[in-house]
Design a protein around this ligand. Structure first.
Ligand SMILES: Nc1ncnc2c1ncn2[C@@H]1O[C@H](COP(=O)(O)OP(=O)(O)OP(=O)(O)O)[C@@H](O)[C@H]1O
Length: 595
């Protein structure tokens, strides 16, 4: 039964979180509830005063009450108005502040989840939880408390007044109770399902929008605008469809309740009219009673509305709790070791790994050593596990089997935050924010960086000249995801960022797409100067890079199949040799490079 929301499995699930959310605002909520009580007491007094008004003034013609009763009438409404105002105000403030807390907690939880989580949940859907669901929860809590408390009390109070006036007539009207409860219950259930559907389809709309905007180059490149429009239309229509159905069901209750209210008044006249004619019931009682029956309509409607609100808020809260229930990644912990550099080297010992939720291994029993200060290249076909191997180092993922040692220390004992501060990543897809070049270069640094150091870093990365040539120099905004910059320029900014962070270990995921030869040359130069004095692991796609590496590790389907220098491997009849020759035949590697 929806009335007892505290028995609802959804509520039981969110309860521990909900109590924590509500606790800081107890005072305001209790104040709101008490004021709701005052407001409903005032409302319940109206039929009684009305009865007295008619019986004393009009029937008994008692002039003594001519002033008192109308004034009491006014006083009741004035007090009720005041109580309702402050009740709504307090509840709204409490709900707004509470949801503000929830939103902030949700955001900080969202950025602290383990890497594996983000791939599973779509960005749009996650955005929907922080925006739409949090908002739903806010209005839900404020409205529910108002309606449940004030309207609940009013129903009880008005019923009390009715019993005081005539228990017999009240009993007559009780016959209608099932007629009132059944539609409330039925619409409540329907609304819960619809609410989930609305929220999910809002997630789809959001997801599609964020995906489209972030892939706009691809979409335009392959001319698939029409396809995307069609997809968006479908998601948006589904969202509106669910909302229209919700509107239908939530607005259906009102007319049903109004009709039932009129029926109740009719029953009251039919059953009480005869008694008034016979003189066994005062006219004032009947009028008071009809007024009471009419007055029940509004609170029952509100109370029924609260059921719908409860269902919608429960669905929203559940979706929020779905995220909060995922354990956070602990980037620092009291027992964990911290490191400041790589001094001896890294060793992978029998490492196997499968991505969460997948069956096949991305890495299978890989053992290799990378001495500090060396330059190694990871080579292999697409999907052979090169990026996966590199992603285990900052502990974005934990190996399923085996152990990685950092200067002889198990990686699992080192705090991820500390590891990440000594590893610099330069990925194919350089992540830039729509801020100035300066802000992008300094992003994540907590120390003050003097201008000279910033410029020196940009020089090391061969970026200073192109930055200086921009209209606003270091203060030029780069556009969303660096859209105003070329591929080579983005790569050099990423390298300048590495210089400023000064990590011991550099992980370079080389771009597979070719840069023009001039950019290629500059990026290569920048790379060479940034690599100096650092251990470098390159996920290599260019022969020039591979040839510079002291050791090339060759991966195939997650297994390490060969290792050695390029020359050594080319001298034998290795799988590496046939792989490189294959790449040259297919044009993925330029043959001139080995000449
Ligand atoms: N987030 C992920 N979730 C599930 N499986 C993944 C994930 N990332 C990669 N994989 C799978 O793991 C295997 C190894 O992928 P990985 O990205 O490490 O290969 P790679 O050698 O770096 O390839 P590429 O050169 O194309 O980047 C592949 O089969 C890939 O499909």
């Amino acid at each position: 039964m929806t009335f007892f929301f505290w028995k609802d499995p959804a509520y039981i699930r969110i309860r521990p979180y909900f109590h924590g959310w509500v606790r800081p605002y107890r005072g305001k909520l209790i104040g709101g509830i008490l004021l709701g009580f005052v407001a409903s007491a005032m409302t319940s007094g109206v039929p009684l005063v009305l009865k007295q008004l008619i019986d004393r003034i009009f029937t008994e013609k008692n002039t003594h009450f001519l002033f008192i009763l109308p004034f009491s009438f006014f006083l009741l409404f004035a007090l009720k108005g005041l109580a309702v105002f402050y009740q709504n105000y307090l509840l709204r403030i409490a709900a707004l502040q509470m949801v503000n807390d929830v939103r902030k907690t949700l955001f900080s939880h969202l950025v602290s989840l383990p890497m594996g989580y983000y791939g599973r949940e779509g960005t749009g859907s996650l955005m929907g939880r922080v925006t739409y669901d949090a908002e739903r929860l806010q209005s839900g809590v404020a409205n529910t408390l108002r309606d449940l408390v004030q309207q609940g009390f009013t129903i009880v109070g008005v019923l009390g007044s009715m019993i005081v006036m005539s228990p017999r007539l009240t009993l007559f009207l009780m016959v209608m109770l099932p007629a009132v409860l059944i539609p409330i219950r039925k619409t409540g259930k329907k609304l819960k399902t619809l609410s989930r559907r609305t929220q999910e389809s809002f997630g789809d709309v959001n997801q599609h929008l964020s995906e489209t905007l972030s892939s706009i180059r691809l979409i335009k490149g392959v001319v698939s605008e029409e396809l995307e429009k069609e997809k968006f239309k479908a998601f948006s229509d589904e969202f509106v469809g669910a909302q229209i159905k919700t509107a239908k069901y939530s607005n259906l209750l009102s007319p049903i309740m109004e009709t039932l209210g009129a029926l109740a008044a009719g029953i009251a006249v039919w059953a009480g009219g005869y008694a008034v004619i016979k003189g066994t019931l005062s006219f004032g009682t009947l009028v008071g009673f009809i007024a009471a029956a009419q007055m029940l309509y509004q609170p029952i409607k509100g109370f029924a509305g609260a059921q719908a609100d409860i269902q919608q808020s429960l669905a929203a809260a559940e979706r929020i709790v779905d995220i909060l229930a995922v354990p956070e990644e602990r980037v620092t912990s009291p027992g964990a070791k911290t490191i400041t550099a790589l001094r001896e080297g890294i060793e992978f010992r029998h490492i196997s790994f499968a991505y969460p939720g997948t069956e096949s291994s991305a890495l299978d029993d890989v053992s290799l050593s990378i001495p500090a200060g060396s330059f190694v290249a990871l080579v292999g076909a697409s999907g052979s596990g090169k990026s996966t191997l590199a992603n285990l180092l900052p502990r974005f993922y934990e190996p399923t089997k085996g152990e990685i040692l950092w200067d002889g220390m198990p990686l699992s004992e080192i705090a991820p935050a500390s590891l990440r501060s000594v590893i610099g990543f330069v990925t194919q897809d350089v992540v830039l924010m729509n801020q100035s070049i300066r802000d992008n270069l300094l992003y994540g640094l907590t120390r003050e960086v003097p201008e000279e150091e910033l410029i020196a870093a940009a020089r090391t990365a061969y970026a200073h000249d192109f930055i200086s040539a921009l209209p606003k120099g270091y203060d030029t905004r780069v556009g969303e995801r660096g859209i105003f910059l070329s591929g080579g320029e983005k790569q050099r900014l990423a390298l300048a960022r590495v210089v400023l962070r000064d990590p011991s270990l550099l992980v370079l995921d080389e771009a597979t797409s070719a840069l023009d030869s001039e950019s290629e040359w500059v990026v290569q130069k920048a790379l060479e100067s940034v690599m100096k004095g650092r251990t470098t692991i390159a996920i290599a796609h260019r022969l020039t890079t591979i040839r510079q590496a002291q050791t090339v590790f060759v991966l195939e389907k997650g297994r390490l199949i060969e290792s050695g220098s390029h020359e050594e491997l080319m001298r034998t009849d290795s799988r590496y040799k046939s792989f490189i020759l294959h790449l040259m035949r297919t044009g993925e590697m330029v043959p001139e490079e080995i000449l």
